[in-house]
Structure formats: structure tokens, C-alpha cells
Design a protein around this ligand. Structure first.
Ligand code: NCD
Length: 337
């Protein structure tokens, strides 16, 4: 499989009118569009609290969840989101061998094309997989990236932004710290883009040097190698999981050493602002990156992130479908004219 040059694919996800038609990456999107996603999601949060949790926005549409990598919360919240939009949902857990990824992906795509699905939600271990699929689907089919390699996890970042906005309001006054395995984290990359676009005052990454991508400063973040300095006065602390499955070599002396230096304990949390919120995309490793009492404590919003995941995914799916429908209408009008 030849991966597209990611920098040149920002425009693939928007219609010429600037509407979303795929959701592949946060990079290159405008603040107004991110706010539209957040506002639309907020209306679905209210709806989820009601007795009847369904709207007909995707009635008659088929959503296929193509998960080439394991997932619990992302897959189940995408499934619930699609069902609450009244879509029919197909979940495909497709395992993939590293040698035949390209072929497998292409073959799977051809098969799915023949089934006339309207939307693909894709998770894949290769960076660029969702872009690749978006380029090869028939027009009218929307592709949503549910995590590609180390590259992007845009719906996770947007559910995190929604959670931050619910607690803190205006982004322009916020200092946000992202802590841990930044190197392997598609979540961190998408969060950094989102926070920058939404105008956060300061974005920090805190990690040992071995878990930082080279030239991360170029993304507009401040780098810290110690929790005591990095957490000072922050409003939001985002902890990340140590992604051991992506570590080919030993990047750390030991888990216990990592916990000692970078694990979020009550003691280290004292460096942050007293009203700082604690986030984690999950799955959490208690005693590796976070102390149980912090994960379950009053400042943790980890479960609220999961709840918000449904609303954000509903927002993105309905916006992408409406962008596709608009495009379809324009194409039909042009063909008829
Ligand atoms: C994240 C992912 O898959 O990138 N998890 C998630 O989507 N909830 C982060 C992780 O696996 O650590």
C-alpha cells in the first residue's frame, strides 16, 4: 500500500463549500468548523439524557465499522452513535498481517463497495490508512478515522475538547499538559492540533526524552521532562497510556521507574491548579501512568469523556453525511443540467 503524503490531504475531507465530508484529521481545519462539531455534539449530549435517544438523521443509511485494530470504547461508542442516528450498523473486526496490509485493505474495500455501505469508520495500525480508504471509496461514501497508527485520532481529540469546554469554557486562558507516551500517541497529535486551532494559551508535553517525537516543539508545544515543572499551574492534565504494543525496543528502564517519575499521583497533582481536571483517553493502566485514587477522584473526568464520545461521534457522522448528500445533490443537478 502506498501511503498518501499526509500534509497534502487536508482538503480531501472538506467539500468545496467547506463542509465536512470525511473526518480524517484535525490538521488544517478551521476554528469555526471545530466549534460547529462541538456545538452539534452539545445538542446530542442533551438528547442522550432524554427518554427517547434516537434521531432519524442517518435513517436508511448503513455504517460499517472497520476495525483492523482492537478497541472497546471507540468501537462501542461509534456503534451507539450510529444507532442513535437511526443507521444500520455493521461491525467488522478485521485482523491484519503486517506483510499483506495493502492487499488486505484493498480487497476488503472492494468487497465493502459491493455492499453499498454509506459510511466507513476505520481504525488501522498504519498511519494514513483512513486517507487511503477515503481516496478509494465511491463518491457519496463518508470515511471517519477512528485512529490510524501514530498519526491521528480526531474524534477522540474532539470529545476531549468538548469535555474541556464543558468544565473550563474559553480555551484562550487554558494551560494544558499532555503527559506520557507522546511518541506513539495519535491522540496527543490530534489533541495538540485541536488545542492550537481552538486557541489554548499554552500546550505542554511532559515525558522522558525517549517517549517524545523528534522536533515536537515544531507543533507549538513546550517540552518538559519533569512533572514538577511541567504541571505547574496547569488547568487540564491529560494522561496517556504507555503503548507497549508499539514499542519495538526498550524505551524505559521499567514501568515502576516511569510511574515514579511521570505517574500522576495525588502528590504530583498538587503542582497543578487546585481546580485542574484530569483526563485520559483510556484504557487506563492503574499504577503505571495514574494512581487509582486520582483516576477515580473528584477531579477526574475520564468517564465523562466516554459519554461525550457518543455525542461527538454523532455530530461528526451526521455532519459528514450531510456534506456527502449536499455534494450528491450538486452532482445530480450538474448531470441533469
Ligand atoms: C487510544 C487509541 O486507541 O489511540 N484509545 C482510545 O481510542 N480510547 C489510546 C490508547 O490506546 O492508549
Amino acid at each position: 500500500m502506498t501511503l498518501p503524503n499526509l500534509n497534502h490531504y487536508d482538503s480531501i475531507q472538506l467539500t468545496p463549500e467547506g463542509q465536512l465530508k470525511h473526518f480524517l484529521t484535525i490538521e488544517g481545519l478551521h476554528e469555526a468548523l471545530l466549534n460547529e462539531i462541538l456545538d452539534t455534539a452539545e445538542s446530542f449530549v442533551d438528547m442522550s439524557a432524554q427518554q427517547v435517544k434516537k434521531v432519524p438523521l442517518l435513517r436508511g443509511k448503513t455504517v460499517a465499522n472497520l476495525f483492523f485494530e482492537a478497541s472497546t470504547r471507540t468501537l462501542s461508542t461509534f456503534e451507539l452513535a450510529a444507532k442513535r442516528l437511526s443507521a444500520d450498523v455493521l461491525n467488522l473486526n478485521i485482523s491484519t498481517s503486517s506483510t499483506s496490509k495493502g492487499e488486505t485493505l484493498k480487497d476488503t474495500l472492494m468487497t465493502l463497495r459491493a455492499m453499498h455501505c454509506d459510511m466507513f469508520v476505520v481504525r488501522h495500525s498504519a498511519s494514513g490508512a483512513a486517507h487511503f480508504i477515503a481516496e478509494h471509496v465511491t463518491p457519496d461514501v463518508a470515511v471517519i478515522n477512528a485512529g490510524d497508527g501514530r498519526h491521528a485520532h480526531p474524534t477522540q481529540a474532539m470529545l476531549d475538547m468538548l469535555t474541556i469546554r464543558q468544565h473550563k469554557g474559553d480555551f484562550s486562558k487554558l494551560k494544558v499538559a499532555i503527559v506520557g507516551d507522546i511518541l506513539h500517541s495519535r491522540v496527543a497529535r490530534s489533541q495538540i492540533h485541536a488545542l492550537r486551532i481552538l486557541g489554548a494559551e499554552e500546550i505542554r508535553v511532559i515525558a522522558p526524552q525517549t517517549l517524545l517525537p523528534r522536533h515536537i516543539e515544531a507543533m507549538g508545544v513546550k517540552v518538559f521532562n519533569e512533572m514538577s515543572r511541567g504541571l505547574r499551574d496547569v488547568d487540564v492534565v491529560i494522561m496517556l497510556r504507555l503503548q507497549k504494543e508499539r514499542m519495538q525496543t526498550a524505551l524505559l528502564p521499567s514501568e515502576s521507574e516511569f510511574y515514579k517519575l511521570f505517574g500522576l499521583t495525588e502528590a504530583k497533582l498538587a503542582y497543578a491548579k487546585p481546580d485542574a481536571i484530569i483526563m485520559h483517553p483510556g484504557p487506563i493502566n492503574r499504577g503505571v501512568e495514574i494512581e487509582s485514587s486520582v483516576a477515580d477522584g473528584p477531579r477526574s473526568v475520564i468517564l465523562q469523556q466516554v459519554t461525550n464520545g457518543i455525542a461527538v461521534r454523532m455530530a461528526v457522522m451526521s455532519m459528514a453525511m450531510s456534506g456527502q448528500l449536499k455534494q450528491h445533490q450538486l452532482r445530480s443537478e450538474a448531470a441533469g443540467a
